[in-house]
Design a protein around this ligand. Sequence first.
Ligand SMILES: [Fe+2]
Ligand SMILES: [Fe+2]
Length: 180
Amino acid sequence: MADYTAIFYISGGGFGQLVAAGTAWGKAGNNRMYFICCGRIGKSIGMAYINWSPELSMGMKDIDEQHKNFVGLINKAYEANKAGAPRGAQKEVIAGLIEYGRYHFDTEEKYFEKFSYPHTDEHKAEHAKLLAKVLVFSDKFEKGDDVAPELLAFLKDWLADHLMKHDKKYSKYFKSKGYI
Ligand SMILES: [Fe+2]
Ligand SMILES: [Fe+2]
């Protein structure tokens, strides 16, 4: 927990410097901006590498839980790298990401089969591409490269893109068919 958390509201601009100072910010409505600052970096709101937000929800309990766990694993990888964890610990985190990725993709692909999802092939190809890419990072890590910064940036972008474009597509389809 942070020692303190403060939320400030600002009308109009002028928040750039504050954001640059490492605070979390967002739109509060009516064109007001807000930022949150915390007394200590930790498990406080807005300080994780990736924050879960309601728009990432698919409206499917098991899938949402898995996505949250995946976000948690990426945050764990970020923390391990930031703390300069030993390579053994970093290796475990990378292996965990690959294992959890396979488990999660398998869960989604079972839904595709169950509901005869028409975009199954393209979605499965996206999953395969991600796993192949992370395995390349893993190989580079095994050879002694410092892959963490690039891997983390890749996973952060991939996750947002995949959830919003591809996973949302199947959840909308399942809902339109009354499956969920
Ligand atoms: Fe997913
Ligand atoms: Fe997916």
